[in-house]
Ligand binder design. Sequence first.
Ligand SMILES: Cc1cc2nc3c(=O)[nH]c(=O)nc-3n(C[C@H](O)[C@H](O)[C@H](O)COP(=O)(O)OP(=O)(O)OC[C@H]3O[C@@H](n4cnc5c(N)ncnc54)[C@H](O)[C@@H]3O)c2cc1C
Ligand code: SF4
Length: 509
Amino acid sequence: MRVVWILGDQLHVDHPALHRADRNHDRVLFIESRQRSQQVRYHQQKLVLIFSAMRHRAEALRAEGWKVDYVELTGRFSDALVDYIRQYRPDSVLVQEPSQFAFRQALPRLSRKLGVPVEILPTNQFLVAEKDFKAWAGQSRHLLMENHYRRVRKKLGILIEPDGKPTGGAWNFDSSNRETYAAFRKRGPKLPQPPRSDPDHVTRQVIALVKREFPDHPGDAADFWLPVTREESLRWLHDFIANRLNHFGPWEDMMVADEPVLFHSVLTPMLNIGLLSPRECVEAAVSAYKAGGAPLTSVEGFVRQIIGWREFINGVYWLRMPGYEELNELQAVRPLPSWVYTGETELNCLRHVLRQVIATGYNHHIQRLMVLGNFFLLGGFAPDAVLRWYTEMYVDAHDWVMAANVIGMVLHADGGFMATKPYAAGAGYIHKMSNYCGGCRYRPDQRTGPDACPFNFLYWNFYATHRERFATNPRVGMMIKTWDEKPSAEKAAILQQAKDFLESGSSDH
Ligand SMILES: Cc1cc2nc3c(=O)[nH]c(=O)nc-3n(C[C@H](O)[C@H](O)[C@H](O)COP(=O)(O)OP(=O)(O)OC[C@H]3O[C@@H](n4cnc5c(N)ncnc54)[C@H](O)[C@@H]3O)c2cc1C
Ligand code: SF4
């Protein structure tokens, strides 16, 4: 007898070990590990998502005739496995390779501890295999997502015409996909009802468990709102395709206070644990385009997020680990202020985005990148603290997706390996793309003085601090030149205000 050990983010119907195993002879095992759940203080709703989805998956497999063993919240994986192996004496353990580097590295040791072979099967949860990505990346000192995206699109034949050209004659439609908040107010479409799933009795039990066992983790398990089954996840996918995809592209960068979802898909929580596959999400979007249900600008924009960004981010993780998570090229050392866990700040954009993630475990990409990430970058906050914070706060957080997004994209801590310039912006960007500034005590149009928006003086302070590094970067050289040409008095005022703001612990703001 063999045992198939299914991890909490490997709930896909296509699990390779299930293909290998025989439901008449082999068994399936799920373990909820307290030690794993406390590696960082994961958002309570993330724990509900994983545990409830595991319990539902176990039930579904039982219904398909598998013999399933389920270990509810216990100490460590390894101790639970030792007990299990003592009881059932399997010939081997079949497991799909874990999505976390350290976990994958630990499996041979685990096998020795268990005294039975642990057979590790390659993951099939991504469209691009790690070795394929590594072969493409080679020894490059910089990687461009756009090159990866075009290569994969061609290879998979997604939105590619018979002559090999991209559908619509262009690889991307980003220029049509940057609609502002002002445009939305003038002629934006009506916002659809955001998706929501009601907890069933299994989820309600898990909510009670998480509230009891993980009370100091962020968020409130009781507000859980996500799907935990394959069927419900498919319903969410179809709801996105039918009601939001058509407007996804043009409005994907816009932010509206108290409207967390807008036209986004909110599919990552399910995608990242296997309840949906990237292929079916892409195929659903492309089919909608072919059926005339969604414009190419939106469909290409969505396809780019999945086969472009998602696969690229995973590729970079496996290419650059170990060591990537520890990079700190800009030598940022500031500890995070405590208000990132409460949202108690006068910066209105941050207040809204933080309160939203505390309440739901979700922000859309621009909130993560251009509000929070921008603030962490400009403020010089330490990468390990920022990485930990993002990992704690998001329902869709997993090590493979966090590393490159935080270390590479947000903090430029990898020295520009995957982003040719830092994603740094002053208040102008947030003002243009959102309605946050209207309700703020700061003024987005002021660079210094008591009402000046902190994003403005922190922005110039950032480029002044890293002047040498970026002076020769063609994409930001202009900013450095602008800084250099500012009158000395203005420069001094900006630097002083940034210093005062950051040294006040940023905690009172
Ligand atoms: C600092 C930071 C932290 C992030 N943390 C996470 C995270 O913990 N988990 C996570 O899955 N994504 C993360 N992302 C990427 C992206 O922000 C989220 O995937 C997206 O916001 C999820 O919402 P959605 O499903 O509504 O996505 P949509 O806006 O509807 O986008 C569609 C899909 O594209 C994919 N995607 C788009 N951009 C990225 C990206 N940069 N990396 C990976 N996938 C991408 C996702 O699978 C997403 O479901 C992070 C980005 C940044 C900048
Ligand atoms: S003024 Fe500045 S702090 Fe206030 S909402 Fe706008 S960007 Fe954010």
